[in-house]
Every structure is written in C-alpha cells, then in structure tokens.
Design a protein around this ligand. Structure first.
Ligand code: IVH
Length: 694
C-alpha cells in the first residue's frame, strides 16, 4: 500500500486547469481574432480568475502557453504586423465596484511614494474607460503614417487604411507638432451608430443577403470594422475616437514637447485636433476620485457610448516616471470598473405581452441577474423574427445586455449550454390574454391582438396611458391597482375611472381608507387638464405628445379636431397622411366618440382656445439631426420642441438635412455634416431658432 502524496495536485484541479485553458483559448480566439465572442467579458474574467487561482495553488502546473501568461490578442495574418516603438501596456483593474476601488489605488500610490498621512492629497486625472479597442496613431512630420491595433502589446496589426476613414482622426497636424508623435486612444462606436448599423444589418438579412449578421455590442462592431479587410466596408461602419495617451514622441532634447502633467498633454492633443472627452477631470486625492467614480456612474446610461469604468492616472509626469512599472502594467494608473453591462443567465419562460395597441412582444423571463447596475428579470426578444433568428428557447443560457436607457435584451444564446428537449419558440396565433386572433400584417414585424378594447390587456394599458404623468396624470394609479380594478370588472372603460366610489376602492384587498381617499383626490385633480394632454392620453395610434400639441394649437377645440377631414388634418405642421388617417379612423368610431362624451360628462375639462392663425411656424420645412449630449435639453425634449415648432427630426445626416444640432461627444453625424457642408448648431442657436430667430 502506498501513502498518498499530500502535495501532489488533486487530479481534479489538474484536469480543471486543462479544461479552463482550453475554454479560455477558444473564447480569446473568438474575441480577438473573430470579433465574435459568445460569452460576456464578465464571464471570461470569471473563468480567467478561476484559472489564476488554481495556478497560484499549483505553480508547477503553469504552462507557458496558459492564457494567464500573455496579454492581449493575436495578430491576424491578413494585416501586416507592426512592432510598437513603445509597448502598449495594459492597466491593473480594480473590479471592486465600491468606492474602495479608488481608495485602494490612492493608498497604494502614497505607500509607493512613501508619503505620510500628513502629506497633502495627490493630484490625479480621472477619465472614462471607453469600451472600444486601443489604437496607436503614428504621425511623422505632421502626417498620419500608420495606425496599429494593440495586438499582444509588442506587435499589433497595421489597420491604417481603415482608420483613415474615421473622420474624427486628424490626417495632418498643425506645424507645432513634433516630428514623431504617437497618439494612443480608443476607437469605439457610438450607441446610436451601433443601433443604426444593426438595423441596416437586419434589413440586409431580411433581404436575403448572405453572410451578414448583427453585432452583439458596439465594441464588437467597432473591432469588426477596424479589422475589416475591405476599407470600403469599414468606411460604412461609423467609428469614433478618444485620445488618452502617448506612444513614441520626439524627445525634449531633440526639440520635442515638454509637458509637466498628463492633463496638460491632453490639452495639447485637443489643440492639435484630437478628440478628448469633455469628461476628463483633475481630481485631488481619494475623495475626489470616489466622487468622480460616482458621478460618471450616474451619467453612464445617458452617455452616447459605452464605458465600462473609469481610469485614474497620477497627473504629474515626473511622479509617473518615479513610480514606473510592474511587469507589464504602470504603477501610476488603474482602471476602476462599473458593474458589467452583459451577463449570463438562464431563460425560465418566454411570455408574450400585449401592448396598448395590441402589439404582441415576446419577453424572456430570466433567472434574476445583476447587469448594468440593476437586477434584471425580463428581457425583450422584440418580435417573432428576432426570437427565431437568435433561436432563444426556454432553458437556454443567454447573454443579457443592458446599456444606456435601452430596455434589457437577450443578445445571444450559448448553444453549447443548451439542454435536451428544448422547443423552438413560436408566436401564438391567439392573444394570450383575451383569446382573439393575433395577426401579422403583410410587411410588418409584429403580431397584433385584434381584440381592441375587448382585450383586458389593451384596456389596462389604455388606462395607464391616459393616467400617466405626461397625459392627464392620476397620481398613484399604477399597474397593480389597474390590474385589480380591471380584473375585478370595476373598470372597463376610461370614464369608469371617474365613476369610482370610495367603497369600491376601499374594499379592494390591501387598500387602506386613506389610500382610497388619496386616489379619489388624485382622480378629481386630473379632471382639470389641457387639450394636448387629453388628446395624447386618448392613445390614438401615431399621436404622440408633439402631435397632440400641434393639433391642439392648430384647431384650438376638441370638436374641431373630431370633425376635421383628413385634408384639414394634413394642414397641421406635424401631421402626414398616415397620422391623418389614424386620427380620422379613431374619431369615426362611435364607441370612441361615446367615451369622449362620457369623459366630458364626468367633468374632465380643459381651457379651449381659438384656432391658431396659420402663421408659418419658425421651423417648418426644416429637417434637424441631433447628435451628442446637449448642455440642458434631453434628446426627447429637443425633438419635441423642434417638432412643436414645425420642424422634423431625422436619425441620420443626408443632403436633405437642414441643420445638425451637436452637443458634447458628438460622433460621426457631426463628421458627416461637415463632409456634406450641413450647418451645425449648438443648443443656444437652436433655442434662438425655436424662438423665431434667424
Ligand atoms: S490608459 C498605460 N485611459 O483600457 C496605460 N486606457 O488596459 C494605458 N482604455 O485596452 C491605458 N479608456 O484601450 C487608458 N481613458 C483611458 C482608457 C483606456 C479605455 C482601455 C485601453 C486598454 C485598456 C487598459
């Protein structure tokens, strides 16, 4: 009998390490070489850390080819290799998404510099961590001569042809730039450009074009575009760029630039024409780093592009030199991550939800998962075609993405993780709520329930729409209460809302007398409204807030709108043939007129006005495109204002565009505007035009 060797690796560990390496190799290949990852970064990081932990326990089992032993990606054979004059390093990542990530960094730096607690706060620069791909731009005597990806940090790929198509990257520098200048930064795709690209891709797929696919996120779309072999195709994929650092630069002794701080250097890059994010800030000590982390975290969803964290850098270049490097990472910088925007979870069920207009939407019910900073349990599958294309099935392991204010969606399925006996999803041919036929009209992507207000789901949505803040506003009337009221048969139509009595309300389960009275007060208050709010609240198809306002201004009185012909309606600035027809159809239905009469009889009222003189509106005939973040106006707000003044808002810039309104971090639309010679306005100029100025 032999005694077991206590120090031999457990056979399970050795086997697991082999498996993990194999898995990580495969996923790294999909990520770096094919630009088509199948698992989220967070999952890759988790596997990577698992392997690192096992290797720490069994250092004798580390193989030189282990993914933990090398940085970054492989060089694609198709592109010429470029040896970086100065290696492109990575940075240490602080995955702790609490404030302590910033505090740890500051404490470490102070230790390295042997600073006592009494020493003053250190000065840092804090920047967003852009989620794209690193690029080295080499300029010689002011001309862009080469653009290279990071590759493995030592050798990257020559992608100059494709990078030249990015309008934001200067091809020539001013005369005061040094003879050799390498600018490093991130190539990325804006979220709106990404959505538009995927929309075009979906149309290509629908039109039967072969070999086309959609992209799972803006970073992959950007990586795919940069490493596209055909520069003409790369040019159709709108990319943007932010500078954040330097590679090789002519030395001061040879007449090169002298900078004291990172921030000063960034200002110079900006002056030379490189895009530098307006979110780059100087921060004193850990306290301001924490404040920055939190403020950028709060802005994250509203930015036009993905960021996966922030980066802190010691501002003084002398201190940076003093701190130096550990292995392949600078000691003077750290990345502090935000919660991941893509995570894995499983599909528990696929429900079909019925919207206000009867639209059926397949929704994946998920095992709860923390993604993009919130716990997500539902993700849209959009429509039947999308659900089929992704082939999402109950029981599947899926990647869920939640970024920006876009609703969470299932981006892909992990086919390897599919369990046995799963069924392909099919859209029901009957409304799951009322049983009426569900039909998909020719040329439409959606199925609709034909039950109309017979369908309780549509009734509930119609009531919630009417009661919302932007319509007549019934404070405190939420979906739970509407469910109760409709399910109990207490409310069937909008006017029933105003016939609610105290007893009916107070008798509902979990309804205190005080809450019942509050609800009655809120209903009473909602009766005093305005014509645009009331019109919008009716939920006429294609009549949004802006159209409701335009109608109210044009006709002044509800009766005038009810009796207007399609031709009369077309005279309204914001109204085209489809909208005119929809309004006419709505008011032609006797039961809709009946509902209006009853609402008025219940005391719903608004000040009626005179029809507006048909003075031309300040922006009529003009088409606007919005890009970037405006200083005070939200995207929807700006759009509503333009439309209310008779203008149109389009999604992309063309020769027909009258003006592009650009805020900070404006992307390719601004480039396109300049290329086409379209006039560019800032928010103040837009406001002047809205007020009727030239
Ligand atoms: S500085 C030596 N600043 O994050 C320090 N990197 O490993 C070089 N990144 O892939 C990096 N935003 O492309 C720096 N503001 C920023 C950044 C940033 C994104 C990327 C970079 C690299 C990774 C760092």
């Amino acid at each position: 009998m032999t005694t077991p060797d206590l120090f031999a690796p457990e056979p399970d560990d050795a086997g697991e390490m082999v498996q993990l390496r194999q898995l990580l190799h495969e996923h790294a290949h999909r990520y770096y070489v094919l630009d088509a990852p199948t698992i989220p970064d967070a999952e890759y990081d988790r596997l990577f850390r698992q392997l690192q932990a096992l290797e720490a326990r069994h250092p004798e089992l580390i193989t030189p080819d282990s993914p933990t032993q090398r940085v970054g990606g492989k060089v694609l054979a198709q592109f010429a290799p470029v040896r970086h004059a100065v290696p492109m390093l990575s940075i240490r990542t602080e995955t702790d998404t609490e404030a302590s990530g910033a505090e740890n960094f500051d404490a470490r730096i102070r230790r390295e510099l042997s600073l006592t607690d009494a020493a003053p706060a250190l000065e840092y620069v804090a920047e967003p961590k852009f989620d794209g791909l690193a690029m080295n731009l080499r300029y010689e005597h002011g001309a862009l001569v080469q653009a290279a990806t990071r590759g493995d940090g030592e050798v990257g790929e020559d992608v100059t042809q494709n990078i030249r198509t990015i309008g934001q990257i200067p091809l020539r520098l001013p005369a005061d730039a040094p003879p050799v200048l390498e600018v490093r930064g991130e190539v990325y795709m804006r979220r709106d450009d990404f959505e538009a690209l995927n929309e075009r891709q979906r149309q290509r797929i629908a039109a039967g074009e072969r070999g086309e696919h959609t992209f799972v996120n803006p970073r992959n779309a950007a990586a795919g575009a940069v490493r596209q072999l055909d520069p003409a195709i790369a040019a159709q994929r709108p990319l943007s760029f932010f500078a954040y650092g330097l590679g090789e630069v002519t030395a001061p002794e040879a007449g090169g630039p002298v900078w004291q701080t990172h921030f000063e250097m960034m200002q110079t890059l900006k002056n030379w024409g490189f895009p530098v994010s307006s979110l780059v800030r100087i921060a004193q000590g850990a306290v301001e780093l924490v404040a920055y982390y939190e403020s950028i975290g709060a802005l994250r969803d509203g930015l036009g592009f993905d960021i996966d964290g922030v980066v802190y850098k010691v501002n003084s270049l002398a201190l940076q030199r003093q701190l130096g490097f550990v292995t392949r990472e600078p000691r003077w910088a750290v990345a502090h991550k935000f919660p991941a925007q893509e995570m894995l979870t499983t599909v528990l069920a696929i429900d079909v939800q019925v919207g206000r207009t009867g639209k059926l939407t397949p929704v994946a019910k998920l095992a709860p998962v923390f993604v993009g900073g919130v716990t997500v349990t539902n993700a849209t599958l959009h429509n039947e075609d999308e659900a089929r294309r992704k082939d999402v099935r109950v029981g599947d392991t899926v990647v869920v993405r939640r970024a920006g204010d876009v609703i969470p969606e299932v981006v892909s399925v992990l086919p390897d993780k599919r369990v046995d006996d799963t069924a392909i999803f099919t859209m029901p041919r009957q409304c799951p709520v009322c049983g009426s036929a569900a039909v998909r009209e020719e040329g439409e992507a959606d199925y609709r329930c034909t039950g109309g207000l017979f369908c309780s789901a549509q009734r509930k949505q119609a009531i919630l729409h009417f009661a919302q803040r932007r319509a007549v506003e019934v404070e405190g009337l939420g979906d739970k209460l509407v469910d109760q009221l409709v399910d109990a048969g207490i409310i069937n139509t909008l006017p029933d809302l105003y016939r609610l009595g105290f007893t009916a309300l107070a008798n509902l389960p979990r309804m205190a007398d005080k809450s019942a009275q509050n609800m009655l007060d809120a209903l009473e208050k909602s009766k005093q409204t305005s014509l645009p709010r009331f019109l919008f609240g009716l939920g006429i198809r294609h009549v949004g807030e802006a159209t409701a306002k335009a109608l109210a201004r044009h006709f002044g009185k509800l009766d005038a709108i009810m009796d207007a012909s399609e031709e009369d309606l077309l005279a309204v600035a914001d109204v085209g043939p489809i909208v005119a027809k929809s309004i006419r159809t709505f008011f032609d239905q006797a039961h809709n007129r009946e509902v209006l009469e009853q609402l008025r009889a219940c005391g719903v009222t608004w000040p009626e006005g005179e029809p507006a003189p048909v003075a031309p509106q300040p922006l009529s005939g003009q088409t606007f495109v919005l890009t970037g973040t405006l200083p005070t106006l939200g995207r929807e707000q700006a759009k509503a204002l333009i439309e209310a003044a008779g203008g149109k808002v389009a999604g992309s810039v063309s020769k027909k565009t009258s003006f592009v309104v650009a805020g900070t971090e404006a992307g390719s639309k601004l480039d396109k505007a300049r290329e086409l010679g379209v006039a560019v306005l800032d928010e103040d100029q837009l406001k002047e035009m809205l007020d009727g100025g030239a």
